[in-house]
Design a protein around this ligand. Structure first.
Ligand code: 5GP
Ligand code: ZN
Length: 115
């Protein structure tokens, strides 16, 4: 855990969030500024800054995040219509919170390429 990390504070319950699902390893909650009807953030319950810090020892969290995203897509009714997974990394990637998170976006037609 990182003391000054917003998402670690959500994991600890210090900051409230609209929690959708969780396991021992991952937490899913609704984005405070949703960009689609479904916009859920899925994070590991340990502080990993970004995709840059993924390695053999912690990449299993990404697997848990992926399975969680599928369960949520099913529950949100967007499995058939489609959805997008996004993980932003670093400044050019548009990352603003430095605790790795997978955006699950769906419920509307999403454009490509992203801006
Ligand atoms: P990034 O730009 O780092 O990929 O995504 C960070 C996301 O976190 C943004 O979509 C932003 O709306 C969301 N966010 C920022 N602060 C909070 C918060 O306090 N609560 C929740 N639920 N989402 C937040
Ligand atoms: Zn953190």
């Amino acid at each position: 855990m990182s003391d000054d990390c917003l998402f670690c504070k959500i994991i600890n319950g210090d900051i409230p969030a609209d929690i959708v699902a969780q396991t021992d390893h991952v937490l899913a909650f609704r984005d405070i500024n949703p960009q689609a009807k479904t916009h859920v953030l899925i994070i590991p319950k340990v502080h990993i800054q970004s995709t840059r810090e993924l390695n053999d020892d912690n990449v299993h969290y990404l697997m848990d995040m992926a399975v969680m995203a599928n369960n949520i897509a099913e529950n949100e009714g967007i499995m058939e219509s489609g959805y997008r997974w996004v993980i932003n990394t670093g400044d050019d990637g548009g990352q603003t919170v430095h605790h790795i998170h997978l955006h699950l976006l769906g419920g509307r037609k999403l454009h490509w390429p992203p801006g």
